[in-house]
Write a protein that binds this ligand. Sequence first.
Ligand SMILES: *Cc1c(COP(=O)(O)O)cnc(C)c1O
Length: 388
Amino acid sequence: MDSTLRRTWAEIDLDALAHNYRTLRARMGEHARFLGVVKADAYGHGAVEVSRMLEELGAEYLAVSSLDEALELRQGGVGLPILQLGLTPADQTAQAMACRVTQAVWSESAAQAFSQEAQKAGGTLKIHIKLDTGMSRLGFSCDEEHFADSLEAICRVCTLPGLEAEGIFTHFAVSDESDGVSQDYTLRQYRRFSAMTEALAARGAAFAIRHCANSGAAAGYPQFACDMFRPGIVSYGIGHQAAELGLRPVMTLKTVVGAVRELPEDTAVSYGCTFRTARPSRIGVLPIGYADGLHRVLSNQWQVWTPWGAAPIVGRICMDMCMVDLTDLPQVREGDEAEVYGVHNSVNDAARLAGTIAYELTCAVSKRVPRIYYRGGREVARELLLRG
Ligand SMILES: *Cc1c(COP(=O)(O)O)cnc(C)c1O
């Protein structure tokens, strides 16, 4: 680690990613393609490096949520098919085609607009039809009331010039919850998905790639693998289902003990004086704050993991720094590394304390934090997202 980078950094373990990839593939069966969800900079892990690794491992597809994210991957030399799950303005159809993006299509009017633009550009846009089976986000409605209309609309979309309908998919709302009500909801979503794809097939609209399984379904319903599955969070080895599947966290967020202070009893620490020492204390000052992605709501709640054990965060987390109590860890020295999230200090636990999900915490690791990529215990790449 260069001294200039030795502040706060994220170690990305590509061997853990490979392990998770293989474990998930084995779980879902040999016929299901693997679509790696690398939106939001691969949940904060770095989309280009993660995608290159998934491509090398044999993944068949990637997914992003904006055209810019797809462009970044193409510029990074990623050749795999890319599904754009999110909204693309129709006037960007030519760019989508130029970077070989497969576009999700959520309505007939959107399809018509894509069709017109694709014809203008003189080419074909590959599409996957998105079905709304209960998420109430994007998609053709598949509830009883709208089923017949959606069936007709999708049949028309499939004949539009300039479009090639390769796939059809839906997204689950509660597949990661195991209570009975959630299970019923997920099964109903799957029934609607199957009913629509079967009705379409009977009308001659068969799709090469049917897919529905996100991480929750990969964990709880491997029988929903279909032709492809779309794991996001579990492939990064986090979320509440990762451990039971034997998956390993890919990101370790690290910082250093930058300074150690000796403070007398009854000394207030940090903004708002929310913490007071109850005894003469050794307080460590760490160069990580909420601008690095360590949410301020974790003030006085979370801990970092030093080589000698856990040190609780005391007082408010500042923009660029935070303080930890080292009084019970007299061995800790200035310069020692401290794990903020990782194998010893799970981001899942931090998320629970923060009242959120692990997704939000890894996505929040900011561009100031360099990502360092490891394979076989050796650094193979690094990405500093701030302009050098
Ligand atoms: C984000 C997303 C996924 C991945 O979700 P995870 O819960 O991270 O597995 C899959 N499919 C769609 C449509 C998504 O938007």
